[in-house]
Design a protein around this ligand. Structure first.
Ligand code: ADP
Length: 425
């Protein structure tokens, strides 16, 4: 028998991936699948599509490596919610997607939750649960709420009703008290809530029929998962307080490992628990989407080459795609600012990159002002991570070491959770 391997699967917004790693973190296999189209009554039926994708990914794992898999974990999109039959696990309703909003439930949720709680947003898991509870006439006695990752993991281990404290945050679980709060437990629909464990905790063995059909070993265990953005943070292996990951994708998102928990609904700032630490995050509306509106990727590369990153740009912009910003400035009326536009395209790009870097720096100082651990090193993920000139500009503006994260795939982070599930035993 060869060295044991750990399998992570990521169910993201546009497709699913797997990563198979060893205990040192080296990748032995990886792959990707698109979600197949399953329509019912002219609407996409996501549950069978995810289920098919799950088993396609298992088939994609090279056969000779399957017998080495010691554990499996899965991440899913945050607040993607299924209401299933608590006897059969079959969905009673089509899944509520991460970005779906249930504003009809907001007044009820706001009347029971503390002010500015994470659940007080139309797309929270709790709003989805309340909306279903108030509108559906089916048998509520045998209903159970699961997150996307919980349900996919259930298909593998067969024990209904298990979740993790990252996925459960947006339904109202309190990871500090390690329980659902009293204001939630007193509601009639609290009977639907799953039990909650730490991410990367062994739940049970992989089901016998799956083991034998696919050739996984008899000791292969399935572990609790997490959300996709936390899995992507875990992939960067920023494990010390003060380490942060900036994601420079369509938008700018920052995540910082802190010893203290901070929350501020005005800025959309909240904390996820990671063992004995807190993963603090904020997301700005600035980012690469604005760059894409102005420049092609080829232009970005060519123009960036001519920028001198040691020189500060005097241009002070606030690049936004549309009106409104939340973090690090809470102003729903903030207008995009990209003037004055210099004649030189190089100077223009320099001004935009430098302005986004200043917004990033302001984001980290806001987190510090709210009580988070001071940032001391930044790893970068997303399309902007490959721009070396931007990295140099950001190092100067942030006054910190900045580098690209070696691993940024959420599937890799999920594989690290699978590894953890074995070691915590
Ligand atoms: P998404 O959030 O859509 O997943 P990605 O992480 O794929 O985004 O990043 C895409 C973004 O990266 C685009 O908005 C694009 O403008 C930006 N980008 C691509 N190449 C560069 C580059 N060389 N320098 C800076 N930004 C870039």
């Amino acid at each position: 028998l060869g060295e044991r391997l750990y399998l992570g699967m990521d169910f993201g917004t546009s497709g699913a991936r797997f990563a198979l790693i060893d205990k040192r973190g080296s990748i032995h296999a990886e792959g990707k699948r698109e979600y197949p189209l399953f329509m019912s009554e002219e609407k996409m039926d996501w549950a069978p599509s995810w289920k098919t994708t799950l088993f396609s990914l298992l088939e994609d794992i090279p056969f000779h490596l399957r017998k080495l898999v010691a554990s499996i974990s899965i991440d899913g999109t945050s607040a993607t919610t299924l209401i299933v039959d608590s006897n059969t696990g079959e969905p009673l309703w089509r899944p509520f997607l991460y970005n779906e909003s249930c504003p009809d439930a907001l007044p009820t949720v706001k009347s029971i939750a503390p002010p500015n709680h994470t659940v007080c947003s139309g797309s929270s898991t709790l709003c989805k649960l309340v909306s279903w509870w108030e509108n559906d006439d089916s048998n509520k006695k045998s209903a159970l709420l699961l997150h996307q990752a919980d349900w996919l993991l259930w298909l593998l281990h067969g024990k209904l009703g298990v979740s993790d404290y990252n996925n459960a945050l947006k339904v109202g679980y309190d990871p500090e008290l390690e329980s659902y709060p009293p204001w939630l437990l007193s509601q009639p629909y609290s009977q639907l809530l799953p039990s909650v464990r730490a991410p990367g905790t062994s739940i049970g063995h992989l089901k016998e029929d799956i083991r034998s059909n696919f050739g996984f070993p008899s000791d292969c265990v399935v572990c609790t998962g997490t959300t996709d953005s936390i899995a992507a943070f875990l992939a960067a292996r920023a494990t010390q307080p003060g380490k942060a990951v900036t994601s420079l994708g369509s938008t700018l998102a920052i995540k910082l490992l802190s010893t203290t928990r901070i929350e501020d609904a005005r800025f959309g700032v909240y904390s996820h628990r990671l063992d004995d630490k807190w993963l603090v995050g904020g997301a700005s509306n600035t980012g690469g989407a604005v760059l894409r509106q102005i420049f092609t990727n080829e232009q970005l590369e060519k123009l960036s080459k001519q920028i001198n990153p040691m020189e500060a740009s005097p241009l002070d912009y606030y690049p936004l795609q549309t009106v409104g910003e939340r973090f690090p400035v809470a102003d729903p009326n903030m207008a995009p600012r990209l003037h004055p536009r210099p004649e030189s395209e190089v100077e223009f790009l320099h001004g935009i990159l430098e302005s986004i870097a200043r917004i990033e720096a302001k984001g980290y100082s806001l987190l510090r002002d709210l009580g988070a651990t001071q940032v001391d090193e930044v790893f970068t993920a997303g399309g902007g991570a490959k721009n070396g000139k931007w990295t140099k500009i950001r190092e100067r503006v942030l006054g910190l070491p900045v580098s690209s994260a070696t691993q940024t795939e959420a599937a890799y982070g999920a594989a690290l959770l699978a590894l953890r599930g074995i070691h915590e035993k």
